[in-house]
Design a binder for this molecule. Sequence first.
Ligand SMILES: [Zn+2]
Length: 129
Amino acid sequence: MRWCGFAMNRTKRIEAAARADARREREDSFPRLARELPGLEALSIRIAEGIPGSITEHVRHVMVASAPALFESRCATCSDGVHDYTDELLRALKSRSTPATGESPCNGLHAAGPCTCVLRYNAIATFSK
Ligand SMILES: [Zn+2]
């Protein structure tokens, strides 16, 4: 039994590491934010995510110099869904619209049906010129 538990943990660790690797590779495959949005100096995104009655909020301070032009986050409600708001937010920031707000549904599927979690963002950008 002990060995079983150990094997499980080990598998989970390997899976987590593989996920982290895959994420890094995916992030590396995107252009840098600084190149996509010349003049962008600072970007912070207030995020409210969840299902009605259970919303969590946090602020993401984006490292403009090194961050990939990729705005997505793993769904907090289901384990395999992703909120991807890259295209919308890039488009808004390219037109220098700030704050840029929008929402992104989760693309995950539960056994019971599609995940109903929604992410709402409010991105505040500072441009140098
Ligand atoms: Zn979800």
